[in-house]
Design a protein around this ligand. Structure first.
Ligand code: CTP
Length: 407
């Protein structure tokens, strides 16, 4: 089992209903959001989903049996119950809900439920009549009284052909709800301003200079900061991403527009995270009409450029100012360049990634970064951009607090 000190540790209980075939997806979604997941299957669950599939996606050995001497020797069930930051049971059948409600501990999953002090979430999945049965509703009421969070179920067509409530809510919804509920609110009460995406610098009405930034890392950071309790304003360049709920989004196109939006809002921000890949230059002249090839030289056509103002530098260089974190995408000597950039732009911290590696960076959903600050450097290995974001938010919150700015 990996010993990642910061990742949220989740025991994913899987009970024996048809929705168990979605359990590997639940594991993946949780891991995408930065969690370390140990699947725990009931005997009946093993009829619907294989341990091999779960092992592959979780990268942790699934547990099924209270009496597995080898697994118990590696980590006993009481230790496992203590290890968890949360227990999620998805799908939760009517039977497992009944056993949990009555404190019956007759297998590994139900024993772990009694032994843990971590928050517990259940995502029910069953036939609509079973869901509506007074016994099931009574058991759920009891679980709610015991502090268990019930996620769903959703309405719709069921595997048995009936319609109505009883479908397990979708894996991404489960992962998001659980992660949001257990994320430590390290940024409670803070206002965070984030820039994301590229900028476009127009040459004429149809042509522009831009870059490959997708905006995904900035958007992931905005979500992670929101989940950590911050009030988030996201200034976004042109990107194909939907606005995360609970976040104020301001769309801009050019570096100048981005600078104006940031300058206006920075005085209200406690933390400014400049993730945007701001174009360094813009065309000297922006033509009103589309440039005609016939009017240009056929060889050696030149476009005069002028430098854009440095947004992060303009914010970091003037007191009073928010806590400032920059980003740097580099293709060579990433650490050296980033250290120099941090000093030059007076940033409190900088996050650097090596975009020459195609497996991380621009178009990838993964990233690997190093966070550099005055007191040291910390590398985060390749993981989902969402996971990187959560880890960075934790680190930024710690740095912000130790700079005497946070709580
Ligand atoms: N940045 C900014 N305004 C600019 C250019 C960059 O705020 N006009 C910010 C970016 O959002 C990022 C940091 O500065 O947080 C570093 O960006 P980068 O383009 O790597 O820095 P440059 O100084 O432009 O360095 P390079 O010569 O490598 O392009």
């Amino acid at each position: 089992m990996r010993t990642d000190n910061h990742a949220k540790r989740i025991l994913l209980g899987i009970s024996g209903g048809i929705a168990a075939y979605k359990a590997p997806l639940v594991v993946r979604k949780l891991r995408n959001l930065g969690a370390d997941v140990v699947p725990v299957l009931t005997q009946n669950a093993t009829r619907f989903v294989t341990e091999t599939a779960l092992q592959a996606v979780a990268d942790n050995r699934p547990r099924t049996d209270l009496w597995d001497a080898e697994a118990e020797a590696a980590m006993g069930h009481i230790e496992l119950a203590r290890w968890a930051d949360a227990v999620v049971i998805a799908p939760a059948t009517a039977n497992v809900i009944a056993r949990l409600a009555h404190g019956i501990a007759d297998d590994l999953l139900t024993t772990l439920y009694l032994a843990t002090t971590a928050p517990v979430f259940v995502a029910p999945a069953m036939n609509v009549r079973m869901w509506e049965h007074v016994a099931t509703q009574r058991n759920l009421e009891r679980l709610r009284d015991d502090g268990v969070t019930v996620l769903g179920p959703a309405d719709g067509e069921q595997a048995c052909g009936e319609f109505g409530p009883g479908r397990m809510i979708e894996p991404d919804e489960i992962a998001e709800k659980v992660t949001a509920a257990i994320s430590t609110r390290v940024l409670d009460g803070t206002r965070v301003l984030i820039t994301a995406g590229p900028t476009r610098e127009f040459l004429d009405p149809v042509r522009f200079i831009s870059n490959r930034s997708s905006g995904r890392q900035g958007f992931a950071l905005a979500e992670a900061a929101r989940d950590a309790g911050a009030e988030v304003t996201l200034v976004a360049g042109p990107v194909h991403l939907s606005t995360p709920t609970g976040i104020e989004r301001i769309d801009v196109v050019s570096a100048q527009e981005m600078k104006d939006a940031v300058t206006q809002r920075a005085p209200d921000a406690d933390i400014f995270v400049s993730v945007a890949a701001v174009a360094d230059y813009r065309p000297h002249t922006v033509h009103d009409q589309k440039l005609k090839k016939s009017q240009q030289p056929s060889t050696d056509f030149r476009v005069a450029l002028k430098e854009n103002e440095d947004i992060v530098g303009s914010i970091a260089g003037v007191e009073p100012r928010p806590f400032v974190v920059g980003f740097a995408a580099e293709t060579e000597n990433p650490l050296e360049h980033a250290r120099e950039k941090r000093r030059r732009k007076c940033m409190d911290a900088i996050v650097v990634n090596d975009v020459s590696d195609a497996a991380i960076g621009f178009d990838s959903s993964d990233n690997a970064v190093t966070l550099i600050h005055a007191g040291g450097e910390m590398g985060l290995p390749k993981m989902r951009k969402g996971a990187i974001a959560r880890r960075l938010v934790d680190e930024i919150a710690t740095l912000y607090a130790s700079a005497g700015r946070g709580s």
